[in-house]
Design a binder for this molecule. Sequence first.
Ligand code: PEP
Ligand code: MG
Length: 573
Amino acid sequence: MEKRTIVIEGIAASSGFASGKVFRLEAVELNVERRNITDSQSEVMRFEKAVETAKKELTIIKEHAQRELGDDKAAIFAAHILVLSDPELLNPIKDRIISETINAEFALHDVSQMFITMFEQMENEYMKERAADIRDVVQRVLSHLLGVEITNPSQINEEVIIVAEDLTPSDTAQLNRNFVKGFVTDIGGRTSHSAIMARSMEIPAVVGTKEIMANVLHGEFLIIDGIEGKAIINPDQETINEYENKKRQFELQKVEWAKLVNEKTVSKDGHHVELAANIGTPADVRGVLENGAEGVGLYRTEFLYMGRTDLPTEDEQYEAYKTVLEKMEGKPVVVRTLDIGGDKELPYLKLPHELNPFLGFRAIRLCLEKTEIFRTQLRALLRASKYGNLKIMFPMIATLDEFREAKAVLLDEKKKLLAEGTEVLETIEIGIMVEIPSTAIISDVFAKEVDFFSIGTNDLIQYTMAADRMNEKVSYLYQPYNPAILRLINMVIKAAHNEGKWVGMCGEMAGDEIAIPLLLGLGLDEFSMSATSILPSRSQLTQLTKSEASQLAQKALAMGTAEEVVALVKEMF
Ligand SMILES: C=C(OP(=O)(O)O)C(=O)O
Ligand SMILES: [Mg+2]
């Protein structure tokens, strides 16, 4: 009997197509029961031994990842080893074993669960991923305590597609890309570690399907569509042929894109725009360079402050900024000062709970009140400035006074450093994010005082449409092509150009295929996006003409709805 075809939808986490036999990677059940013990000292020793064994395994995985994936991807295992050396985690476990005379498994499970819950409850993707890291490490130690072997995906030695409920970062790092053609999971999002690793291994992946494990058997045939975010179980011959064809086209396309790595981004009628990348950590610079970005258009410095228990010191920050500037070798690097608040929390600042955090005490508002935090960051940036082409950008500027005040603090720190004899780059440009409508509306006034604008559409859209960017119920109002948004962007670009200033965009919209012709037409100077979008966007831009794009943009500005604009773009290009 012919097997039934099932199509499962999920999140496209790593692009490309693959097909092959399913390898179900089953999570082993690690049952933890509370037991009373008699000799707590030897129980603590048993725990310490399990931790040491786990560390040794992680060292081997780290070295494997270093060889296969590079230093930056291996860094997460160094972080895992550090978790297993962290007294904040280990001491409470040992204390519980001794004070309650309980078994190590239970103490480990209970204490780690507390940390995991704490991280998971944060309304923030990055911190949620830290919960996944702790879970991964704890599973490893638990398996040693319980004497249960966890499945080792590195032993796979035939061509397969992995299907799993979830893939831990260590699972992903052990995959041999000669055999593993792709993976599909029930859990995870585009920013989970396994998704990031899949992109750097360049194997297609679909995550967050919720139901793949319930629908597929070991050994069944499966197609992964890492572009549309689909998995097709038991496809018919026609579908198999169709996907073979798509795969060939995609490979050819990648070869074409790769030719553009060292090219400038110039439209068919000779108009040059700059393609830059958004980064969160110095490790991201490698992907920026490999994908041929002409600069960093947004360095989100928040990540330096997150996943720790206190503020980073001036020296720690200086090292991070210096690394990025040096690696970028004189290409522009726009560093955004701390944009904490909203969905990005810092528990150690112990800020009061707010009803509307996105409209609350965040970003520049917080920095202008807690000036020591702000001054420390600015000093670190100024000291690092001599190592490259630094530009400094303030987030969430709502009024001209905020900009003037922030700039005054920056100039004050610069003066102090110069007086101490510290070298500071003379030509640092100072700009702002345009992500609040009030600033877009009087951008003509701002343009006289700033050196550049970078339009943050993720927030500009949420504030213009009054629709929380984290709320699924109102996500239909995230409308980058709405003429209201296009008109604001148009105002900002015109205002800047009238004063001879440049305008970039670092929200998600900058790398969006439909938005790109409109933005080119409106005269955007710099597009900053995730590194993997650079080459496809460059390819698209080099096939457009500025003059046609301008006509398109003018028509779009006069339209009534986002749907009409999308239809117009699709019709013209
Ligand atoms: C780039 C932006 O900033 P973030 O996504 O970090 O808020 C934006 O708001 O568009
Ligand atoms: Mg923003």
